[in-house]
Design a protein around this ligand. Structure first.
Ligand SMILES: [Zn+2]
Length: 381
């Protein structure tokens, strides 16, 4: 299984703090929002907090509603989501509530941390991801080994900041509470430093909703990954390309393909699908590129998302194949779901051409079923 969908969840004050500096945890949300959080937990396969949050807040991280727990059991799920924590040093308190409530637990740590943790004999699976703690390794293990599809992250600020900076968060859920903390040393949701796409990059608004006297805001990152590393936003844009593929006029002689071109700051530059408008043979990537000024400086750092591998040869007309058009436009990063089969043109696969001329090609095979669905009538059973 691929990496899980990562949802960062926190309540923040109007001045952007997660807590005050007092010994007791400051409760930012009201009862309605605590119930909403309980619902989000119940819908998650796993809940993660950093080791710092375990030390300062000593949370239980349970699904509190008996009805929600019963519904999980009825759906064949464990009563409680898997509880996950992450520590490089292995400095954890074995008496914390985290270990002695709820269901299964797993600790991700380093080789050094694992040695220290073995002595504690925690009631948890201790997994070392190597000499350094890398978030991609943690998420790979959660997806591939633990089968986690949906991961809720409940802090602290350092964990939220790292996941967002590395482009690994699919969604932010902020409950904005109507109060001010006003203490410069209080913990913030997000730290200072560079974020993907820089300060001009805008997230995508998914939802706003009043919950009692707090407001829930849901945002999704938009910035493409860099090089061969896919970001969470890469998955969103490729998913959109697959949606576009489903909008193609039907054909018995050509594939249905969707394409989106996205700038390095997450701005969508163009989108298109095969056989768009009045052109019965136009390809998705060709149609999307045609909507842009060839001199647009954003193309050099843009990513092209295409549900199908861009073509390196085409039978429908003598114009350049899409892989050539992408290279000529100056684009150097392509994300695709599905490698072109030899159905219509033998040897049409463009990924090799793109890579040979210096473009990074990222294939996300978990989207292949979505990319092939509008083409099932063309594929051998
Ligand atoms: Zn093409």
């Amino acid at each position: 299984m691929p990496q899980p969908y990562v949802l960062l969840s926190a309540a923040v004050s109007l001045d952007g703090y997660l807590d005050d500096t007092g010994p007791e945890r400051l409760l930012l949300s009201g009862p309605d929002d605590f119930d909403r959080v309980d619902e989000v937990r119940a819908a998650s396969d796993a809940i993660l907090v950093g080791a710092g949050t375990l030390r300062t807040d000593n949370p239980r991280l349970l699904v509190n509603s008996p009805e929600r727990r019963a519904a999980r059991l009825a759906a064949g799920l464990p009563e409680y989501p898997l509880k996950v924590t992450v520590t490089a040093s292995g400095d954890l308190d074995p008496t914390a509530r985290f270990w002695h409530t709820g269901g299964e637990k797993v600790v991700y740590t380093t080789d050094e941390g694992a040695e220290r943790l073995r002595a504690l004999a925690l009631p948890a699976d201790v997994v070392s991801v190597g000499p350094d703690l890398r978030w991609r390794s943690v998420l790979d293990h959660l997806g591939n080994v633990r089968g986690v599809r949906r991961l809720m992250v409940e802090g602290g600020g350092q964990v939220h900041t790292q996941l967002l900076r590395e482009g690994l968060a699919d969604e932010l859920q902020l409950a904005v509470a109507p109060l001010f903390v006003g203490q410069p040393d209080a913990p913030r949701m997000f730290g200072t430093g560079a974020y993907p796409g820089g300060p001009t990059s805008r997230l995508r608004l998914l939802e706003t909703r009043p919950v009692g006297d707090v407001v829930l805001i849901r945002y999704a990152p938009t910035v493409p990954g860099t090089g061969g590393h896919p970001s969470a936003a890469d998955r969103h844009w490729l998913d959109l390309a697959c949606d576009l593929a489903a909008q193609c006029p039907p054909s018995r002689t050509a594939f249905s393909v969707g394409a989106v071109i996205v700038a390095a700051d997450g701005t969508e530059l163009a989108r298109a699908h095969s056989r768009e408008g009045d052109d019965p043979v136009v390809h998705a990537e060709e149609a999307a590129l045609a909507k842009l000024d060839p001199a647009d400086p954003r193309l050099a750092t843009a990513t092209v998302y295409s549900s199908l591998e861009p073509c390196a040869r085409r039978s429908s007309r003598p114009s350049s194949p899409c892989a050539r058009l992408i290279l000529d436009a100056g684009v150097r990063r392509v994300v695709t779901a599905w490698r072109e089969p030899d159905t219509f043109v033998v040897g049409a696969a463009g990924n090799a051409l793109l890579a040979a001329e210096g473009a990074e090609v990222v294939v996300l095979p978990e989207y292949e079923p979505r990319a092939t669905a509008p083409n099932s009538h063309l594929l051998a059973p």
